[in-house]
Design a binder for this molecule. Structure first.
Ligand code: IMP
Length: 197
């Protein structure tokens, strides 16, 4: 079974391909199917944005699609940056720009800077529209540690850990991450659906 993963984020593609690697499923990234367009994420929630990505690609290719929308929710910033995580420091912000802005905004607050990652993963095909969620609680630190992963990984220490997500390898991050939790749930639901067909 071929499923398109509606994401242009190389870090996410690596993680999601690894989660589905033992299954009888071939995950195709947007790069692999040659999609180069822009998808405007103008939803108000993680779930709305995930469905916007999946629906856009399903309508164009008519193949089953998975997509996700994710972000970081920081308590001391009243839940920001949330769904705006990718563009926290502006429209074309780099990961480094976003990390620096976050560290600087948290500077005036006492530690620990509690936060959580949230991921909504969705599946869309001709018959199904499914959404599931995963979360990873932890805290933001004010220095970069580690070079693996992407986004806020170098400044995020998961609860009950002493290392950042960027100090973990892919397999370790995929045991605990918000995205892994959501996509493992989705994978189990897809296995049930395909076994009934
Ligand atoms: P999306 O592509 O619209 O879902 O934006 C996700 C943004 O949230 C990314 O650009 C990162 O800034 C942040 N983010 C989501 N998941 C992760 C993660 O696993 N590690 C680090 N940052 C993440």
């Amino acid at each position: 079974m071929k499923i398109i993963f509606a994401s242009g984020n190389k870090g996410k593609v690596r993680e999601v391909k690894s989660i589905f690697s033992e299954n009888n499923v071939e995950i195709l990234s947007l790069e692999e199917i040659g999609f180069t367009g822009d998808i405007i994420e103008n939803g108000n929630t993680f779930e709305e944005n995930a469905f916007i990505k999946a629906d856009t690609i399903f309508q164009k290719y008519n193949l089953p699609v998975i997509a996700d929308d994710s972000g970081l929710v920081v308590d001391q910033l009243n839940g920001q940056p949330g769904i705006y995580s990718a563009r926290f420091a502006g429209e074309n912000a780099t990961y480094d720009d976003n990390n620096k802005k976050l560290i600087s905004e948290l500077d005036e607050f006492p530690e620990p800077h509690s936060a959580k990652f949230i991921c909504c993963a969705v599946f869309v095909d001709a018959k199904n529209r499914i959404s599931v969620f995963g979360e990873l609680p932890g805290e933001i630190i004010s220095e970069y540690r580690g070079t693996n992963g992407f986004g806020f990984d170098p400044i995020f220490i998961p609860e009950n850990y002493k290392i950042t997500l960027a100090e973990m390898n892919l397999a370790e991050k995929n045991k605990i991450s918000h995205r892994a939790k959501a996509f493992v749930k989705l994978k189990q639901i897809l296995q049930q659906i395909t076994s009934q067909q």
